[in-house]
Design a protein around this ligand. Structure first.
Ligand SMILES: Nc1ncnc2c1ncn2[C@@H]1O[C@H](COP(=O)(O)OP(=O)(O)OP(=O)(O)O)[C@@H](O)[C@H]1O
Length: 526
């Protein structure tokens, strides 16, 4: 363009003498323009921003009228800055608001960093600074603060700091935080606050847990937290589904295993169409193949379009995350620490036992040297649980056992006796590997190697709860050698010292590792 115009004007000489007055006009204009430009640069540089935006706006207005009123317009707008009109004032306010929002975002980011909280999703609410904010920020009734104080909970844990506001803002949430880090409270507390008061409006909230033991525990936690309010909190037991007319059944919170609820749905015994909140606890377990059909039927039955769903677990495989994304709308993802990481408060150890006989010797020796009860011992099947129980029950130990062949009552007794300190050692299959909160457990022994990384994380997570120190010992024999590196990696990422040679072993993909093992017996095998 510039070249084009110079071509058009080439050869024309400008008579400056003749057009002197006109040139002067232009020169003056140019000068004014330069003033305008430099002043606008100054305005751009000037701080604080609050003053900058209205000046910009005035400049835009002025640019139109300046050709008419020239310098006066500019002057006028300066006086306006001293006494802003309503319109300008609202601009100032909105800029101030944006600035404060930005500051808040920065503060939130720093706070999350300090507590090792990672979030993704849009418009993530600020984390909780303390439990008092439940009243000041969310107008929660005093019963909640009273109950939290009674339970001895002074500060929210990191997952509670972030997941509670997310759910209180009616946002769906999938959360992953280490074992024993207070995830139960992170979903029960906002649920109670949102439900506000008891109501007979059908079933209002559902919590799904993978085992009966965990359902009962969650039921008890809900009751403790709701103390002082008359919420109807129910546990879906066989008796309840047998005796009650569930179609007319109202309750504020229903806690169930997927199977029980699935059966009730199939028999058209429950109406879940009014459920406002659905929590899938230990969500990765619930999404496993065996339970998927049951979970799916519950999700379909909870047909209220404004339902808020949330998923919680200490392990969150990518596949579950993908499913969660399909299921949820605009969910916020909250991760504390790293995904799929063992709790950092647990001291982990690997012990080579050679053979099955070696394992039995190792556990006896360990108990003889120092038994620091309560101790939880995991084996890979109910048959092996029975065998080990058969061996240890005459060893002058108070030992209990829990597996899926026991009746409901026997299972409950095994858990209660262990909690009450009546048994010191509880031999268990993975039925109690997830979610069970045995506060005092100091040591977990993996008598049989776990069958997956998640199983390892959850099993050892029965110790080291709520920031306490814990210990985990994993026995391994020849059959387990190929997966040793996997455990070594988990140990290293959670801060345990691992002999370097273990980290150099070849990697192997986990595939339900349950090798055939010799039976547990001191009697010679035939
Ligand atoms: N804010 C808190 N302050 C102190 N203790 C707490 C707090 N919140 C929860 N706890 C306690 O921490 C323990 C672990 O809580 P919880 O069972 O909810 O953990 P979790 O994260 O669900 O573990 P898991 O992954 O094994 O299911 C419980 O004994 C609980 O009472």
């Amino acid at each position: 363009m510039a070249n084009g115009s110079s071509f058009l004007f080439s050869g024309i000489r400008f008579d400056k003498k003749r057009f002197g007055r006109d040139i002067a006009k232009f020169e003056k204009k140019e000068k004014d323009d330069s003033v305008k430009v430099s002043s606008s640069v100054e305005i751009e540089k000037a701080e604080p921003v609050v003053e900058k935006a209205p000046a910009k706006k005035r400049k835009r207005k002025g640019a139109v009228s300046e050709t008419v009123e020239g310098f006066n317009v500019f002057k006028k707008s300066k006086s306006e800055a001293i006494q802003p009109k309503d319109e300008d004032k609202s601009v100032v306010d909105s800029v101030q608001q944006t600035k404060e929002q930005n500051r808040q975002l920065e503060r939130d980011a720093l706070f999350r960093k300090r507590h090792n909280i990672h979030v993704s999703g849009y418009n993530v609410p600020s984390p909780l600074q303390n439990f008092e904010e439940l009243s000041s920020r969310y107008k929660c009734e005093p019963y909640m603060s009273r109950n939290l104080a009674e339970l001895g909970f002074r500060e929210p844990t990191p997952i509670q700091r972030q997941a509670i506001p997310v759910l209180l803002h009616d946002r769906e949430c999938f959360a992953c935080a280490p074992t024993g880090s207070g995830k139960t409270l992170a979903f029960v507390c906002p649920m109670l606050i949102k439900l506000k008061d008891p109501s007979k409006n059908g079933i209002r909230a559902v919590i799904l847990c993978p085992t009966r033991e965990l359902s009962s525990q969650t039921y008890r936690e809900c009751k403790k937290l709701a103390k002082g309010k008359k919420f109807r909190i129910k546990l879906m037991t066989k008796e309840l589904s047998r005796n009650g007319d569930l179609t007319k059944f109202s309750c504020d919170i229903l806690i169930s295993t997927p199977l029980r609820l699935h059966l009730a749905i199939r028999r058209k015994e429950v109406d879940l169409s009014r459920v406002e909140y659905l929590v899938l606890d230990e969500s990765d377990k619930l999404f496993e193949l065996g339970l998927f059909e049951q979970i799916d039927s519950v999700i379909q039955a909870c047909s209220n379009p404004s339902i808020i769903r949330s998923l919680f677990s200490a392990t969150l495989p990518d596949l579950v995350e993908d499913r969660a994304r399909e299921l949820m709308h605009d969910a916020i993802r909250v991760i504390v620490g790293r995904k799929n990481m063992a709790s950092e408060t647990i001291k982990q150890k690997l012990v080579f036992t050679g053979s099955e006989e070696g394992k039995l010797m190792a556990i006896r020796q360990s108990f003889a040297e120092s038994l620091n009860p309560p101790v939880l011992v995991f084996v890979q099947s109910k048959e092996r649980a029975k065998e080990l129980y058969g061996e240890l029950q005459f060893d002058n130990l108070r030992v209990g056992v829990i597996h899926s062949d026991l009746s409901q009552k026997e299972r409950e007794d095994a858990v209660d006796n262990f909690r009450a300190g009546k048994t010191w050692v509880l031999i268990a299959t993975d039925v109690v590997a997830r979610g069970m909160d045995f506060k005092a457990v100091k040591c977990v022994i993996n008598y049989d190697f776990p069958d997956s990384a998640a199983a390892y994380i959850h099993r050892i997570g029965r110790s080291g709860r709520a920031g306490r120190a814990g210990e985990a010992i994993t026995f391994y024999s020849e059959e387990d050698m190929p997966l040793l590196r996997n455990i070594a990696n988990l140990m290293a990422t959670s801060g345990c010292e691992v002999p370097p040679f273990l980290l150099e072993l070849p990697k192997k993909k986990w595939k339900k590792h349950r090798p055939k093992r010799d039976s547990i017996s001191t009697k010679p095998q035939v």
